[in-house]
Write a protein that binds this ligand. Structure first.
Ligand code: HEM
Length: 217
């Protein structure tokens, strides 16, 4: 099995797990987000909780759509045999990311942990769609390899919420720091992890391609 195919299967596995976790946690296990909202004791701006909750639902639904359409678009079969479907899924991915960032724009001023935690969210609101725009520009210029690299970079942000929860869990339940501190480290750590993992994946795939070429020549 090629390294690319193997990585695609791993990404698809992570995507399905992240989506299942998000749907279960936010729509079945804790639809009122009470386990999260209980820690919002120190926020500067007042929150309208029913509106916040509905915005959060929209945020999660489009995050799940971005996660699945993004993952499926890395399939080699899709890339080689179904270019029209690939293009449409790409646009659905872009629109979903845009809506995740739009809803994030509403929630960011009320972020748990205050301004220091809202800054990285606001940076992501600009960077995430911008990287997809770069990826689209690259494919329009027929720079396919660069298109793939920028899509990988943008796609890893789909796992940001899962990483935030993992790091916050370790900080709050295992290291036992305040929830706000654990969450702040969660947000910064998750973004860093997304960027590093994307670069590792790009290098791994490119490294394997070079190795294969040198073995064939
Ligand atoms: C793509 C996967 C994502 C999913 C599944 C997701 C899901 C969620 C959920 C369930 C919440 C409620 C709090 C919690 O339980 O964590 C939330 C909050 C939030 N998300 Fe996302 N999110 C994702 C990505 C992002 C990204 C990339 C951004 C920034 C562009 C973002 C910005 C925010 C903000 C600002 C909040 C409010 C945090 C707070 O109130 O403290 N999310 N997200």
């Amino acid at each position: 099995m090629s390294s690319y195919k193997h990585l695609y299967q791993i990404i698809l596995g992570f995507a399905i797990t992240a989506i299942a976790y998000s749907i279960f946690k936010n729509f079945i296990y804790d639809p009122e987000a009470s386990a999260f909202l209980i820690h919002k004791t120190n926020i500067k701006r007042p929150i309208d909780f029913p509106i916040w909750l509905n915005v959060m639902y929209v945020h999660v639904v489009f995050a799940c759509i971005a996660t699945i359409t993004g993952a499926l678009n890395f399939s080699q079969n899709m890339l080689q045999n179904k270019p029209t479907l690939h293009r449409w899924m790409g646009y659905i991915y872009f629109a979903s990311v845009f809506l995740v960032c739009l809803t994030s724009g509403y929630m960011a001023p009320h972020t748990t942990g205050g301004k220091i935690t809202s800054i990285p969210f606001n940076v992501l609101n600009v960077v995430w769609p911008a990287w997809i725009v770069i990826a689209i520009v690259k494919v329009k210029k027929k720079q396919i390899k660069q298109h793939l690299h920028w899509m990988v970079r943008s796609y890893f942000f789909c796992f940001s919420n899962a990483f935030i929860h993992m790091i916050t869990f370790v900080g709050f339940h295992i290291i036992k720091v305040d929830f706000e501190i654990a969450y702040m480290f969660g947000v910064y750590g998750a973004i860093l992890l997304c960027v590093i993992l994307a670069e590792c994946m790009i290098r791994y795939v490119e490294g394997n391609k070079k190795e294969k070429l040198s073995m064939e020549s």
